[in-house]
Design a protein. Structure first.
Length: 141
């Protein structure tokens, strides 16, 4: 049976967006296949804003999440295997869903990545963004 993770991601994303909140995704940047600018990775993880106003060409597929986003003014192609997504939550209130780090199928990456964009990552720069606290997630029963 296929994983329910991509279906839950799409459902939670729609629920957050329908309530006019900002969907944020927490990604394990150490997983194979994750393509994000290195300067946004903190402690092996990255939090990304998936709001329609923040991204272009968002594709929440069964194996990959891909989109275009701006980092330090430069457009970047972001590609994330669905298995690397640890949580999807609303930035305003922390409601959403956490996903288990281990899932059946082990550490094998998805079959193939979407076509890569040859845009080089923006140079690393410190103190560009204001510091924020860790995301607050609630367990919903």
């Amino acid at each position: 049976m296929s994983s329910n993770r991509p279906y839950l991601l799409r459902a939670i994303y729609d629920w957050i967006s329908d309530n006019n909140l900002t969907p944020y995704v927490l990604v394990d940047a150490t997983m194979p296949g994750v393509r994000v600018p290195p300067q946004v990775i903190k402690n092996g993880q990255v939090v990304l804003n998936l709001a329609m106003r923040a991204v272009a060409n968002l594709d929440l597929g069964n194996e990959w999440v891909s989109f275009q986003a701006r980092f330090s003014g430069a457009s970047q192609s972001i590609q994330i295997p669905v298995k690397a997504i640890l949580a999807l939550y609303a930035q305003e209130n922390g409601q959403g869903m956490m996903f288990p780090a281990d899932e059946e199928g082990g550490d094998t990456p998805p079959p193939s990545a979407p076509e890569p964009d040859d845009t080089p990552p923006a140079p690393a720069a410190d103190d560009e963004k204001p510091k924020r606290g860790a995301p607050h997630l609630r367990v919903v029963k």
